[in-house]
Ligand binder design. Structure first.
Ligand SMILES: C[S@@+](CC[C@H](N)C(=O)[O-])C[C@H]1O[C@@H](n2cnc3c(N)ncnc32)[C@H](O)[C@@H]1O
Length: 183
């Protein structure tokens, strides 16, 4: 293999490993939400046209692509910091461009992204980041923003609703104001 190509390949591999490591330490490694949980969420959600949804750590975009099929007139925004799943999500978006034009994919750290316009925030992350993320939610989320957390509930905050199917990870539902009031 010619040296410039080999060097470029090594740089890409380095960045993939580095960003995956950062994501794992920062909030969670890339583990996609399974089809069953995705289907339960998509079936249960009620969104109005024009509403804005964020997936914090959008991985390969599977959840956003499933949501846009049911809510084509919503704005869906994926924030992802790990290069490999981010590139996969971009390729998937390109292949379904006309259906996915309302899906925005940003290579960005969600801790550094303003969520004040969100109507719904979804997160499937490790509980170790909940203190930091709850603090962020308390400062930025609108009172009526719906927050859906997959797998582990947020300690100290009353669960408004729980979506759980057969042999599925639970999805815990909260409202933005709860991150300020605790209730
Ligand atoms: C458990 S996966 C969930 C993927 C996707 N939301 C889903 O449900 O299929 C968590 C994702 O968060 C990403 N992530 C971790 N920390 C992040 C950060 N600070 N900013 C953006 N993405 C992050 C990881 O790279 C990973 O893809």
């Amino acid at each position: 293999m010619p040296e410039p190509i080999l060097n470029s390949l090594l740089i890409v591999i380095f960045v993939v490993v580095l960003t995956a490591g950062y994501a794992g330490l920062s909030a969670a490694p890339w583990v996609p939400t399974r089809k069953g949980e995705r289907a339960s969420l998509v079936a249960k959600l009620k969104l109005k046209d024009g509403q804005t949804v964020y997936d914090l750590g959008s991985g390969d975009g599977s959840l956003l692509f499933a949501l846009i099929e049911r809510f084509p007139n919503c704005r869906l925004i994926g924030l992802e910091i790990s290069l490999l799943p981010f590139l996969i999500s971009l390729i998937r978006r390109l292949t379904g461009w006309s259906r996915y034009k309302n899906v925005r994919l940003l290579f960005r750290d969600f801790y550094r992204t303003d969520l004040s316009k969100a109507d719904l925030v979804f997160a499937y992350l490790m509980p170790g980041c909940y203190t930091r993320i709850s603090e962020k939610f308390s400062k930025e989320l609108k009172n009526d923003c719906i927050v859906v957390i997959e797998a582990w509930p947020i300690p100290g905050i009353e669960v408004k609703d729980k979506i759980v199917g057969d042999r599925q990870l639970p999805l815990y539902v909260y409202e933005g104001r709860q991150f300020r009031t605790g209730k």
